[in-house]
Design a protein around this ligand. Structure first.
Ligand code: PHE
Length: 344
Protein backbone atom coordinates (compact mmCIF):
# COMPACT_ATOMS: atom_id res chain seq x y z
CA UNK A 1 0.00 0.00 0.00
CA UNK A 2 2.79 2.34 0.88
CA UNK A 3 4.38 1.56 -2.41
CA UNK A 4 1.15 2.30 -4.24
CA UNK A 5 0.92 5.60 -2.45
CA UNK A 6 4.48 6.48 -3.33
CA UNK A 7 3.80 5.60 -6.96
CA UNK A 8 0.75 7.81 -7.04
CA UNK A 9 2.78 10.62 -5.55
CA UNK A 10 5.50 10.15 -8.09
CA UNK A 11 3.26 10.10 -11.15
CA UNK A 12 1.06 12.96 -9.85
CA UNK A 13 4.17 15.07 -9.20
CA UNK A 14 5.42 14.40 -12.70
CA UNK A 15 2.04 15.31 -14.18
CA UNK A 16 1.99 18.56 -12.23
CA UNK A 17 5.50 19.32 -13.41
CA UNK A 18 4.47 18.76 -17.03
CA UNK A 19 1.18 20.71 -16.82
CA UNK A 20 0.87 23.57 -19.34
CA UNK A 21 -2.23 25.34 -18.14
CA UNK A 22 -4.83 25.70 -15.45
CA UNK A 23 -7.01 23.25 -17.36
CA UNK A 24 -4.27 20.58 -17.14
CA UNK A 25 -4.13 21.16 -13.41
CA UNK A 26 -7.90 20.74 -13.13
CA UNK A 27 -7.58 17.34 -14.77
CA UNK A 28 -4.75 16.26 -12.48
CA UNK A 29 -6.72 17.32 -9.46
CA UNK A 30 -9.66 15.26 -10.65
CA UNK A 31 -7.54 12.24 -11.40
CA UNK A 32 -5.64 12.06 -8.12
CA UNK A 33 -7.29 14.16 -5.45
CA UNK A 34 -11.03 14.15 -6.03
CA UNK A 35 -13.48 12.00 -4.13
CA UNK A 36 -13.31 9.35 -6.82
CA UNK A 37 -9.60 9.96 -7.45
CA UNK A 38 -6.75 7.47 -7.06
CA UNK A 39 -5.64 8.66 -3.66
CA UNK A 40 -9.07 8.33 -2.19
CA UNK A 41 -9.57 4.80 -3.46
CA UNK A 42 -6.43 3.80 -1.55
CA UNK A 43 -7.58 5.68 1.57
CA UNK A 44 -10.79 3.67 1.49
CA UNK A 45 -8.75 0.49 2.06
CA UNK A 46 -7.08 1.82 5.19
CA UNK A 47 -9.94 0.84 7.43
CA UNK A 48 -9.13 -2.86 6.82
CA UNK A 49 -5.56 -2.52 8.05
CA UNK A 50 -4.15 -3.29 11.50
CA UNK A 51 -3.91 -0.46 14.01
CA UNK A 52 -0.16 -0.13 13.51
CA UNK A 53 -0.41 -0.07 9.73
CA UNK A 54 -3.36 2.35 9.87
CA UNK A 55 -1.15 4.89 11.62
CA UNK A 56 1.72 4.61 9.19
CA UNK A 57 -0.29 4.38 5.97
CA UNK A 58 -2.84 6.93 7.10
CA UNK A 59 -0.23 9.55 7.85
CA UNK A 60 1.62 8.84 4.63
CA UNK A 61 -1.62 9.21 2.65
CA UNK A 62 -2.32 12.54 4.35
CA UNK A 63 1.19 13.75 3.82
CA UNK A 64 1.03 12.90 0.13
CA UNK A 65 -2.34 14.51 -0.38
CA UNK A 66 -1.09 17.67 1.41
CA UNK A 67 2.06 17.80 -0.68
CA UNK A 68 0.09 17.38 -3.91
CA UNK A 69 -2.41 20.05 -2.89
CA UNK A 70 0.47 22.45 -2.21
CA UNK A 71 2.22 21.64 -5.46
CA UNK A 72 -1.02 22.17 -7.36
CA UNK A 73 -1.80 25.53 -5.81
CA UNK A 74 1.77 26.72 -6.41
CA UNK A 75 1.34 25.81 -10.08
CA UNK A 76 -2.08 27.49 -10.26
CA UNK A 77 -0.48 30.65 -8.91
CA UNK A 78 2.31 30.45 -11.42
CA UNK A 79 -0.09 30.16 -14.35
CA UNK A 80 -2.24 32.99 -13.04
CA UNK A 81 0.80 35.24 -12.67
CA UNK A 82 1.96 34.41 -16.20
CA UNK A 83 -1.44 35.22 -17.66
CA UNK A 84 -1.57 38.47 -15.74
CA UNK A 85 1.91 39.48 -16.89
CA UNK A 86 1.00 38.78 -20.51
CA UNK A 87 -2.19 40.78 -20.17
CA UNK A 88 -0.43 43.71 -18.55
CA UNK A 89 2.21 43.66 -21.23
CA UNK A 90 -0.42 43.68 -23.95
CA UNK A 91 -2.51 46.44 -22.42
CA UNK A 92 0.35 48.62 -21.34
CA UNK A 93 -0.13 52.37 -21.78
CA UNK A 94 2.65 54.88 -21.78
CA UNK A 95 1.49 57.64 -19.50
CA UNK A 96 4.44 59.80 -20.49
CA UNK A 97 3.11 60.19 -24.06
CA UNK A 98 1.70 63.68 -24.69
CA UNK A 99 -2.13 63.79 -24.94
CA UNK A 100 -4.01 64.18 -28.19
CA UNK A 101 -4.99 67.77 -29.02
CA UNK A 102 -8.75 68.02 -29.32
CA UNK A 103 -9.72 71.41 -30.74
CA UNK A 104 -12.69 72.96 -29.04
CA UNK A 105 -15.18 75.43 -30.42
CA UNK A 106 -15.64 78.75 -28.72
CA UNK A 107 -18.27 81.41 -28.73
CA UNK A 108 -17.83 83.81 -31.64
CA UNK A 109 -16.80 87.30 -30.45
CA UNK A 110 -19.92 88.76 -32.08
CA UNK A 111 -22.12 86.43 -30.07
CA UNK A 112 -20.49 87.39 -26.79
CA UNK A 113 -20.50 91.09 -27.70
CA UNK A 114 -24.20 90.91 -28.60
CA UNK A 115 -24.96 89.23 -25.31
CA UNK A 116 -22.98 91.81 -23.42
CA UNK A 117 -24.83 94.68 -25.09
CA UNK A 118 -28.21 93.03 -24.58
CA UNK A 119 -27.39 92.57 -20.91
CA UNK A 120 -26.59 96.25 -20.44
CA UNK A 121 -29.88 97.33 -22.04
CA UNK A 122 -31.72 94.77 -19.93
CA UNK A 123 -30.42 96.40 -16.78
CA UNK A 124 -31.66 99.70 -18.23
CA UNK A 125 -35.18 98.24 -18.46
CA UNK A 126 -35.34 97.03 -22.07
CA UNK A 127 -36.54 93.54 -22.95
CA UNK A 128 -35.48 91.56 -25.98
CA UNK A 129 -38.15 90.59 -28.51
CA UNK A 130 -38.03 87.11 -30.12
CA UNK A 131 -35.74 87.09 -33.18
CA UNK A 132 -38.55 85.70 -35.33
CA UNK A 133 -40.66 88.80 -34.64
CA UNK A 134 -38.42 90.90 -36.93
CA UNK A 135 -37.25 88.80 -39.90
CA UNK A 136 -34.14 89.23 -42.03
CA UNK A 137 -36.09 88.66 -45.24
CA UNK A 138 -38.46 91.55 -45.07
CA UNK A 139 -40.92 93.54 -47.15
CA UNK A 140 -40.20 97.10 -48.22
CA UNK A 141 -43.26 97.98 -46.15
CA UNK A 142 -41.48 97.24 -42.84
CA UNK A 143 -37.94 98.02 -43.95
CA UNK A 144 -38.76 101.38 -45.62
CA UNK A 145 -42.40 102.48 -46.12
CA UNK A 146 -43.53 102.53 -42.51
CA UNK A 147 -40.22 104.03 -41.46
CA UNK A 148 -41.04 107.14 -43.46
CA UNK A 149 -38.38 106.44 -46.09
CA UNK A 150 -39.44 108.23 -49.29
CA UNK A 151 -39.98 106.14 -52.43
CA UNK A 152 -37.03 107.78 -54.14
CA UNK A 153 -34.65 107.62 -51.15
CA UNK A 154 -31.17 106.45 -52.25
CA UNK A 155 -31.15 103.72 -49.56
CA UNK A 156 -33.87 101.94 -51.54
CA UNK A 157 -31.67 101.77 -54.57
CA UNK A 158 -30.39 98.34 -55.60
CA UNK A 159 -26.95 99.87 -55.19
CA UNK A 160 -27.56 99.90 -51.43
CA UNK A 161 -30.19 97.26 -50.76
CA UNK A 162 -30.41 93.61 -51.78
CA UNK A 163 -33.77 92.89 -53.39
CA UNK A 164 -34.91 89.28 -53.49
CA UNK A 165 -36.94 87.38 -56.04
CA UNK A 166 -38.88 85.52 -53.34
CA UNK A 167 -41.82 87.88 -53.69
CA UNK A 168 -42.38 91.41 -55.02
CA UNK A 169 -41.09 94.21 -52.77
CA UNK A 170 -39.02 91.79 -50.70
CA UNK A 171 -35.56 92.74 -49.46
CA UNK A 172 -32.84 91.48 -47.17
CA UNK A 173 -33.44 94.01 -44.43
CA UNK A 174 -30.95 96.85 -44.52
CA UNK A 175 -31.50 97.73 -40.87
CA UNK A 176 -33.02 96.25 -37.71
CA UNK A 177 -35.41 99.21 -37.65
CA UNK A 178 -38.08 96.91 -39.11
CA UNK A 179 -38.33 95.73 -35.49
CA UNK A 180 -39.69 99.16 -34.53
CA UNK A 181 -42.68 98.88 -36.85
CA UNK A 182 -43.27 95.19 -36.16
CA UNK A 183 -43.35 95.94 -32.43
CA UNK A 184 -45.50 99.08 -32.55
CA UNK A 185 -48.07 97.41 -34.81
CA UNK A 186 -48.57 94.77 -32.11
CA UNK A 187 -47.96 96.59 -28.83
CA UNK A 188 -49.33 99.68 -27.17
CA UNK A 189 -47.03 102.00 -25.17
CA UNK A 190 -45.23 101.82 -22.81
CA UNK A 191 -42.80 100.04 -25.12
CA UNK A 192 -39.19 99.42 -24.18
CA UNK A 193 -37.61 96.75 -26.38
CA UNK A 194 -34.36 95.72 -28.01
CA UNK A 195 -33.99 93.55 -31.13
CA UNK A 196 -30.60 92.14 -32.13
CA UNK A 197 -30.06 90.75 -35.62
CA UNK A 198 -28.28 90.65 -38.94
CA UNK A 199 -28.65 93.25 -41.66
CA UNK A 200 -27.50 93.39 -45.28
CA UNK A 201 -26.18 96.18 -47.47
CA UNK A 202 -24.87 96.14 -50.97
CA UNK A 203 -21.68 98.00 -50.13
CA UNK A 204 -18.16 98.25 -51.35
CA UNK A 205 -16.14 96.30 -48.80
CA UNK A 206 -13.45 97.92 -46.71
CA UNK A 207 -11.98 97.72 -43.19
CA UNK A 208 -15.19 99.16 -41.68
CA UNK A 209 -17.83 97.82 -44.05
CA UNK A 210 -19.02 94.33 -44.83
CA UNK A 211 -22.10 93.49 -46.88
CA UNK A 212 -23.77 92.00 -43.87
CA UNK A 213 -23.30 92.97 -40.23
CA UNK A 214 -25.17 93.05 -36.96
CA UNK A 215 -27.23 95.67 -35.22
CA UNK A 216 -29.19 95.94 -32.03
CA UNK A 217 -32.29 98.03 -32.40
CA UNK A 218 -33.78 99.78 -29.40
CA UNK A 219 -37.14 101.48 -29.01
CA UNK A 220 -38.63 103.34 -26.08
CA UNK A 221 -42.12 104.87 -26.41
CA UNK A 222 -44.10 106.26 -23.52
CA UNK A 223 -45.66 109.45 -22.23
CA UNK A 224 -43.11 112.19 -21.75
CA UNK A 225 -39.99 110.55 -23.20
CA UNK A 226 -37.46 113.26 -24.08
CA UNK A 227 -34.13 113.69 -25.86
CA UNK A 228 -32.62 113.91 -22.36
CA UNK A 229 -33.77 110.31 -21.77
CA UNK A 230 -32.13 109.28 -25.04
CA UNK A 231 -28.82 110.83 -23.96
CA UNK A 232 -29.08 109.38 -20.49
CA UNK A 233 -29.65 105.83 -21.74
CA UNK A 234 -27.03 105.93 -24.51
CA UNK A 235 -24.35 107.59 -22.37
CA UNK A 236 -24.92 105.01 -19.69
CA UNK A 237 -24.70 102.26 -22.30
CA UNK A 238 -21.38 103.52 -23.70
CA UNK A 239 -19.90 104.04 -20.23
CA UNK A 240 -21.01 100.60 -19.13
CA UNK A 241 -19.88 98.81 -22.31
CA UNK A 242 -16.36 100.26 -22.36
CA UNK A 243 -15.99 100.33 -18.60
CA UNK A 244 -13.52 103.20 -18.66
CA UNK A 245 -14.24 106.57 -20.21
CA UNK A 246 -13.70 106.74 -23.97
CA UNK A 247 -13.68 109.91 -26.03
CA UNK A 248 -17.16 110.02 -27.59
CA UNK A 249 -19.00 112.55 -29.70
CA UNK A 250 -22.58 113.19 -30.77
CA UNK A 251 -23.00 114.34 -34.35
CA UNK A 252 -26.28 115.68 -35.55
CA UNK A 253 -27.56 113.50 -38.37
CA UNK A 254 -30.58 112.56 -40.41
CA UNK A 255 -32.77 109.46 -40.54
CA UNK A 256 -36.23 109.56 -42.15
CA UNK A 257 -37.73 107.81 -39.09
CA UNK A 258 -36.28 110.01 -36.34
CA UNK A 259 -36.33 113.76 -35.72
CA UNK A 260 -34.01 115.08 -34.43
CA UNK A 261 -31.40 112.44 -35.25
CA UNK A 262 -27.87 111.86 -33.99
CA UNK A 263 -24.97 109.58 -34.59
CA UNK A 264 -22.50 108.64 -31.88
CA UNK A 265 -18.83 108.20 -32.70
CA UNK A 266 -16.22 106.65 -30.44
CA UNK A 267 -12.57 107.53 -30.84
CA UNK A 268 -10.70 104.98 -32.95
CA UNK A 269 -8.74 102.67 -30.65
CA UNK A 270 -6.29 101.64 -33.36
CA UNK A 271 -4.79 105.12 -33.82
CA UNK A 272 -6.15 106.87 -30.71
CA UNK A 273 -7.75 109.51 -32.89
CA UNK A 274 -4.74 110.22 -35.08
CA UNK A 275 -6.34 108.67 -38.16
CA UNK A 276 -5.65 105.26 -39.73
CA UNK A 277 -6.91 102.80 -42.32
CA UNK A 278 -9.62 101.42 -40.01
CA UNK A 279 -11.24 104.81 -39.35
CA UNK A 280 -10.36 106.05 -42.83
CA UNK A 281 -8.19 108.79 -41.39
CA UNK A 282 -10.97 110.44 -39.35
CA UNK A 283 -9.89 109.27 -35.89
CA UNK A 284 -13.51 108.21 -35.12
CA UNK A 285 -15.78 105.21 -35.68
CA UNK A 286 -19.53 105.57 -35.83
CA UNK A 287 -21.12 103.07 -33.46
CA UNK A 288 -24.79 103.96 -33.45
CA UNK A 289 -27.57 106.03 -34.95
CA UNK A 290 -30.44 107.32 -32.85
CA UNK A 291 -33.16 109.92 -32.55
CA UNK A 292 -36.63 110.81 -31.39
CA UNK A 293 -39.24 108.67 -33.17
CA UNK A 294 -40.66 110.71 -36.05
CA UNK A 295 -44.24 111.90 -35.72
CA UNK A 296 -45.09 110.28 -39.07
CA UNK A 297 -43.87 106.89 -37.84
CA UNK A 298 -46.01 107.09 -34.69
CA UNK A 299 -49.06 108.15 -36.72
CA UNK A 300 -48.46 105.29 -39.17
CA UNK A 301 -48.75 102.66 -36.46
CA UNK A 302 -51.68 104.39 -34.76
CA UNK A 303 -49.89 105.84 -31.76
CA UNK A 304 -51.02 109.39 -30.93
CA UNK A 305 -47.94 111.67 -31.13
CA UNK A 306 -49.70 114.26 -28.98
CA UNK A 307 -49.80 111.77 -26.11
CA UNK A 308 -46.68 109.67 -26.67
CA UNK A 309 -43.10 110.34 -27.61
CA UNK A 310 -40.16 108.01 -27.92
CA UNK A 311 -36.63 107.43 -29.00
CA UNK A 312 -35.01 104.72 -31.09
CA UNK A 313 -31.45 103.65 -31.70
CA UNK A 314 -29.51 101.17 -33.79
CA UNK A 315 -26.20 99.92 -32.41
CA UNK A 316 -23.47 98.48 -34.68
CA UNK A 317 -22.22 95.30 -33.01
CA UNK A 318 -19.06 94.80 -35.12
CA UNK A 319 -17.95 98.38 -34.62
CA UNK A 320 -18.36 98.11 -30.86
CA UNK A 321 -16.41 94.84 -30.75
CA UNK A 322 -13.67 96.37 -32.93
CA UNK A 323 -13.35 99.30 -30.56
CA UNK A 324 -13.17 97.15 -27.47
CA UNK A 325 -10.74 94.51 -28.72
CA UNK A 326 -8.73 96.66 -31.15
CA UNK A 327 -9.79 94.66 -34.23
CA UNK A 328 -8.63 96.64 -37.23
CA UNK A 329 -10.77 95.05 -39.97
CA UNK A 330 -14.45 94.08 -39.89
CA UNK A 331 -13.84 91.23 -42.35
CA UNK A 332 -11.86 89.36 -39.67
CA UNK A 333 -15.16 88.45 -38.02
CA UNK A 334 -16.33 86.53 -41.05
CA UNK A 335 -13.46 84.69 -42.66
CA UNK A 336 -13.31 81.87 -40.09
CA UNK A 337 -9.61 82.23 -39.38
CA UNK A 338 -8.94 80.14 -36.30
CA UNK A 339 -5.94 82.26 -35.33
CA UNK A 340 -8.33 85.21 -35.00
CA UNK A 341 -11.18 83.33 -33.31
CA UNK A 342 -8.96 81.58 -30.77
CA UNK A 343 -8.00 84.89 -29.22
CA UNK A 344 -11.40 85.36 -27.63
N1 PHE B 1 -31.37 102.18 -38.76
C1 PHE B 1 -30.32 103.16 -38.68
C2 PHE B 1 -29.12 102.66 -39.48
O1 PHE B 1 -29.06 101.51 -39.76
C3 PHE B 1 -29.92 103.42 -37.26
C4 PHE B 1 -31.01 104.04 -36.45
C5 PHE B 1 -31.85 103.26 -35.71
C6 PHE B 1 -31.16 105.43 -36.42
C7 PHE B 1 -32.86 103.82 -34.95
C8 PHE B 1 -32.15 105.98 -35.66
C9 PHE B 1 -32.98 105.21 -34.93
O2 PHE B 1 -28.22 103.39 -39.79
Amino acid sequence: MQEKLNNIYKSASEDIEKAQSGADLDEIKLKYLSRKGELNSIKKGIKDLSVEEKKVVGSLANEISNKLENALSAKYKEFYQKELDAKLEKEKIDITLPGKYIPRGKEHPLTSTTEEIVKIFRTLGFSQIPTADAPEVETEYFNFDMLNVPKDHPARDVQDTFYTKIAPFTVLRSQTSNAQIRTMEKMKPPIRIIAPGRVYRNETLNARKNNFFHQIEGLYVDKGVTFGDLKGVLNEFIRSYFGAARPTRYRSSFFPFTEPSVEIDVQCIMCEGKGCRTCSGTGWLEVLGAGMVDVNVLKGVGIDPDVYTGFAFGVGVERLAMLKYAINDIRLFFNDDKRFLEQF
